[in-house]
Design a protein around this ligand. Structure first.
Ligand SMILES: [Zn+2]
Ligand SMILES: [Zn+2]
Length: 356
């Protein structure tokens, strides 16, 4: 009897151990990447004060809620502008939160839960999210009217850097090579060539770094907050906030608020071509980007979106993109398989022990 109990205890402990190993099988929800919230310098973070609104829901009254309404109005979630927004979490704000959560690929709770607040506080693109989806099964989005460049095929678009609006801590050759790589990513999937030109005024795409109010009705806001914006076709303006700590290499720049220039350039070129914001978090066209994060590879959502506007580059193979996305998911898949296997084994042991 004593021996049986020892075996029983041993089996039980083994099962507990297996269950412990299997934990990754039950991620009730993926925890948000809190790095933005934690690492951002409080004095520099434009939307840091929204932290105090955490867990607020309909009926709440919290000081600072009116600024959140201004934020939602700015990015296309509150249709009417009101200079006297109140601090009450009303029905209209709840609808805005729900729409925001849908657009940003978050759990739709209608409340300012930690995922939502964390995403709201993340630095982001200045373009509004209010463009309408023209389809229901895909998640990439176009601007209203689905504008695109209408040059003849094969299409060549020229780009140039503003001679008067650059940053002095990064060399022009470094900036040029960043944009060359960013343009080439889009060029590899659509039949469009991008060539740099010296003639800024006549270039199709005009790139510059600007500070604060710079005359286009979309003032920049200093460190973090809005990082950049671009205009839909065939406008061609691509503006970056000169107040950011732009970088090409996080190893040489230690600042907590450093922003990867190539990631933002790739995103803004997507706007220049006619793509609006997607709800796919991994995609380049997702509106927010944490500091010290690199996101430059086009995902299936980005590629499908831009190819629906311009067609496919004859040299582009969708299978290679699928392979690269699959291989990045492979490790997660293996972990899940292992977890499922350990769960099954634990259940078999449990049944055997109970049967005995
Ligand atoms: Zn954007
Ligand atoms: Zn601008």
């Amino acid at each position: 009897m004593f021996l049986f109990l020892s075996y029983y205890t041993l089996f039980f402990r083994f099962i507990i151990f297996l269950l412990f190993l299997s934990r990754p099988c039950f991620p009730a929800r993926i925890l948000p990447d809190k790095s933005t919230v934690i690492t951002v310098d409080a004095h520099n973070a434009t939307w840091h004060e929204f932290k105090r609104l955490l867990d607020a829901g309909k009926g709440s009254h919290v000081s600072g809620m009116s600024e959140l309404k201004t934020y939602f109005h700015r990015f296309g979630y509150l249709p009417i502008s009101d200079t006297n927004f109140t601090d009450s979490f009303d029905t209209q704000l709840e609808s805005a939160v729900v729409l925001y959560q849908k657009n940003l690929g978050l759990s739709v709770t209608g409340k300012l839960d930690s995922d939502t607040i964390s995403t709201i506080m993340s630095p982001r693109c200045g373009m509004s999210d209010n463009a309408h989806a023209l389809h229901t099964t895909r998640r990439f989005v176009y601007f209203n009217g689905k504008p695109r460049w209408l040059h003849t095929t094969p299409m060549t678009l020229t780009y140039a850097f503003s001679p008067d609006n650059m940053i002095d801590y990064m060399s022009i050759s470094e900036i040029r090579s960043v944009f060359k790589r960013a343009f080439s990513r889009w060029a590899s999937v659509i039949p469009v060539n991008f060539t740099e030109t010296e003639n800024y005024l006549s270039a199709n795409i005009r790139i510059g770094f600007y500070r604060g109010d710079h005359g286009d009705g979309e003032p920049f806001d200093g460190v973090l907050g809005v990082l950049a914006h671009a205009f839909s076709p065939e406008n061609g303006r691509l503006h970056l906030d000169a107040a950011e700590t732009w970088t090409v290499d996080f190893n040489s720049v230690k600042s907590k608020v450093a922003v990867d220039l190539e990631s933002v350039a790739t995103h803004e070129i997507g706007h220049v071509l006619g793509l609006a914001h997607t709800s796919v978090k991994e995609a380049v066209m997702y509106p927010s980007l944490s500091p010290r994060t690199k996101k430059v590879d086009l995902k299936i959502d980005d590629v499908e979106g831009v190819q629906a506007l311009y067609g496919s580059n004859p040299n582009f193979k969708f299978s290679s993109l699928l392979e690269s996305e699959n291989s990045s998911n492979h490790a997660i898949g293996l972990q899940r398989t292992f977890s499922s296997w350990t769960i099954s084994l634990a259940m078999v042991f449990l049944l055997l022990v109970l049967h005995t």
